[in-house]
Design a protein around this ligand. Sequence first.
Ligand SMILES: Nc1ncnc2c1ncn2[C@@H]1O[C@H](COP(=O)(O)OP(=O)(O)O)[C@@H](O)[C@H]1O
Ligand SMILES: [Mg+2]
Length: 481
Amino acid sequence: MKIAGATDDRTPDGRVLVVDDDPIVRRSLMDFLRQEGLSATGAGGAAEALEALDAAAASGRAVDLVLTDVAMPGRDGRELLREVSRRHPATAVVMLTAYGTIEAAVDALRLGAVDFLTKPVLDDELRLAVERGLRHRMLLAENEQLHRQLESRDGLDGLIGQDPAMLRVHELVRAVAPAKTTVLMSGESGTGKSLVARAIHRLSPRSSGPFVELSCGSIPETLLESELFGHVKGAFTGAHTDKIGRFQAAKGGTLFLDEINSASPGMQLKLLRVLQEKRFEAVGSTETIEADARVVLATNQSLEKLIAEGLFREDLYYRINVVKIELPSLRERPGDIPVLAKKFLEHSCAEAGKMITGFDSECLRALGGYRFPGNVRELENIIERAVVLTQNQTLTVADLPAAVAGGASSTAASPVASVSGPWSPAPLSELLREPERAIILRALEANDWNRQQTADDLAINRTTLYKKMRQLGIDAERLAG
Ligand SMILES: Nc1ncnc2c1ncn2[C@@H]1O[C@H](COP(=O)(O)OP(=O)(O)O)[C@@H](O)[C@H]1O
Ligand SMILES: [Mg+2]
């Protein structure tokens, strides 16, 4: 069948399943569809139809359209429709009935049928309905594909950041997610380690399995073993029932061991054992259980340093350091501050039911100049607080905490703040960032934000200027107001 508006290569094969308890009606409908160049199969009832649909889907040749009678013995057409929408949402359903009432038609359409015809069906009517159904199916397929494309490009949804260091993180996450490899993340608190752990799980083949989180520093030594591996009833005083441990709970999914740096020596040893042997026993049980959890770990301190200090087992470190993902601190990627801020603003506004359009340029400057010891989490909190407190349509420095707002004026007053003021050790490249940012901002302002003139003034080319602006989080125009 030729579908109007569709090019040949996008036309679905047109697999139709005819469901009617009357074999004569069924046969005649199938004959008609075959004459139209479609592949048609038949089923005598809802149960048989569902079986056929499941089998077809499982073999990769899903049925495109179901043409079903309403009144049938056993489960009727409406129940079939409901079940098809649930199990095979991409399959279109057209309903046929001998007793057409408006109510029945509305009901069927409400349940998701693409059309509703009254018997005896005219050829033209049927042709049109099938065409519509197949086109609907094709749109759905396209939609699904678009969605998948979006997912694969933006599969790290929620993980914002265009800084090269963040893009590298995205790349690594995408690369390791499909495997069962152990992943070790390092980064300061609030840099997004937990978020990345979830992204790894979501993008992995285990995404439909559980995601179990355990903060290693949080478990009292006495409960350690039971928490990790579970226990059986009566294993020790207080063990009133069997309890499943985290390794077991994460079966088929991902176990996220957070703050591995704060794991006690006992915990480190237990972890080493289970990671090496890949099996364990619940406390009080002799039954050996296979550890089928993908392990992702995070540390907010340098494990190398802890090893040197004798606080972390070197053998465990080698066991877990298979793939390492380092999350950059927010002050190492100030270019991401405006996008993150904007995202958090939208989110907080939705939560608070407020309409705030953006940030004024001074406010953005203050945020861009702040060092964010608490990283992204701190930025998120700052914005959330500002949204709750502000009376304005646009966030201003007045809506920021003093420590952040103060940064704006000190940067503006003294572009080389790190030259004066109290000394705090930091890499030179980082220390130079603030003055560089202030200088570029001054130059931009002096030239009314004309990029070419600014670049000329600074004797750099325009591309370099753009690159620096992005790196330094100078994006005021686009995001202000
Ligand atoms: N790249 C990012 N994009 C969007 N939100 C982020 C990003 N990184 C962190 N966040 C948010 O910041 C907060 C802290 O992140 P989290 O993953 O808990 O950090 P960590 O585990 O490293 O302490 C969370 O609310 C998280 O959603
Ligand atoms: Mg965390």
